[in-house]
Design a binder for this molecule. Structure first.
Ligand SMILES: CC(=O)SCCNC(=O)CCNC(=O)[C@H](O)C(C)(C)COP(=O)(O)OP(=O)(O)OC[C@H]1O[C@@H](n2cnc3c(N)ncnc32)[C@H](O)[C@@H]1OP(=O)(O)O
Ligand SMILES: O=C([O-])CC(=O)C(=O)O
Length: 371
């Protein structure tokens, strides 16, 4: 028995939800370029959960269900106020809050497909409120109730800022949600599937997935990209900063990928959005810095930008706090996690691989007084 480090190249599940073949990403057979240009996030949620696009009435019903379920228990809001607000990371808050949502859900442990679907809706609806309400509470503001007539992307921005977003902001945010929704067997989705394959509940699966997404080698990279841009500070500093990192063999966040070789097809969409939005906000240098970093990494390391690289300047341009970037990734990816959880339940077998033992050979127990 020999181990494959990081399970690279191992096929660990069958899935009808999304695929990456020759650097082309599809959700249920729809090219990500097509969806990014045309679909709303709600349509993508439906697509991932039902493996087909919704008809008008089905989409209207899903939107209504999401709008009806956005409120979160007051106990969770009250708990936010007890946190060390100046220091706690919103990803830690989100991980805890999703677990708490399970505590308050009467159906948390009801494992029928119908109950699991109802939980999927509740979770997808409430996760937007958790992130936005916490963001407001730590600023000393009260949460803002959603407007049922707004779509998911618009409502998120409205609940975050308390003012209705402009059309271009909704377009950019919806696109980001669509682009982050699912990605085959990435680390957090695999985590979710491993968790629920023990027949644990949906909330446990998503809580586990949030923990996996938080790390800087996965979803946490988008915040790190913004930290890098902030640290570099200006276009003039890019070359020396990046060269120093490369000479010291340090990783540059937002580059490289386990599966993509030529490029991550989501990145060009975010790059276009980044250029548009940074011009509009009067901060084009953020985009110019990103492009310069990108060109250096491609030239010297031949590493493509991944989804986390240009999303950083897009979210910053939308006026979003930098430590909310990864929670927003989680808001979108909940749709994919839930799709995979439901798929796992539908054809379940415990996921339990083996380890190659590389420790000492057989030893005899020595009493503590003789060691
Ligand atoms: C949504 C997402 O999760 S997308 C990924 C987000 N993560 C990041 O952006 C963090 C930076 N990137 C990375 O750490 C990696 O590229 C990962 C984690 C995405 C993929 O990891 P792996 O497939 O395990 O590749 P691994 O880390 O082994 O890298 C292979 C080689 O490329 C180099 N490399 C990979 N990524 C980078 C990078 N971002 N900057 C510099 N060098 C890199 C490694 O140093 C290694 O070089 P070596 O063979 O000389 O030692
Ligand atoms: O697939 C991966 O390994 C990481 C990724 O890009 C994602 O989860 O979106």
């Amino acid at each position: 028995m020999s181990a494959t480090k990081g399970l690279e190249g191992i096929v660990a599940a069958e899935s009808k939800i999304s695929s990456i073949i020759d650097d082309t990403l599809t959700y249920v057979g729809y090219d990500i370029d097509d969806l990014a240009d045309n679909a709303t996030f709600e349509e993508v949620i439906y697509l991932l959960w039902h493996t087909r696009l919704p008809k008008q009435d089905e989409l209207a019903e899903l939107k209504q269900q999401l709008a009806d379920n956005m409120a979160i228990p007051q106990a969770i809001i009250d708990q936010f106020k007890t946190y060390p607000l100046a220091t706690v990371h919103p990803m830690a808050v989100l991980r805890t809050a999703v677990s708490l949502l399970g505590v308050f859900d009467d159906e948390a442990d009801v494992m029928t497909p119908e109950a699991n679907y109802r939980k999927a809706i509740r979770l997808q609806a409430k996760i937007a409120t958790v992130v936005t309400a916490f963001s407001r509470i730590r600023k000393g503001l009260e949460p803002v109730a959603p407007k049922p007539e707004l779509g998911y992307a618009a409502n998120f921005l409205y609940m975050l800022k308390g003012v209705e977003p402009a059309e271009i902001e909704v377009e950019a945010f919806n696109k980001a949600l669509v682009l982050h929704a699912d990605h085959e067997l990435n680390a957090s989705t695999f985590t979710a599937r491993v968790c629920v394959a023990t027949l644990s509940d949906v909330y446990s699966g998503v809580t586990a997935a949030i923990g996996a997404l938080k790390g800087p080698l996965h979803g946490g990279a988008n915040e790190q990209v913004m930290n890098m841009l902030t640290e570099i500070g200006s276009l003039d500093n890019v070359e020396a900063w990046v060269q120093n990192k490369l000479d010291n063999k340090e990783k540059i966040m937002g580059f490289g990928h386990r599966v993509y070789r030529k490029g991550d097809p989501r990145a060009p969409h975010l790059r276009v959005m980044s250029e548009k939005l940074t011009k509009l906000t009067g901060k084009p240098e953020l985009y110019e810095m990103s492009v310069k970093i990108h060109d250096m990494i491609v030239e010297q390391k031949n590493l493509p930008a991944n989804v986390d690289f240009f999303s950083a300047s897009v979210y910053d341009s939308l006026g979003i706090d930098h430590d909310l970037f990864t929670p927003i990734f989680a808001v979108s990816r909940t749709s994919g996690w839930v799709a995979h959880i439901l798929e796992q339940y539908a054809n379940n077998r415990l996921i339990r691989p083996r380890a190659e033992y590389v420790g000492p050979g057989m030893q005899k127990y020595v009493p503590i007084s003789e060691r």
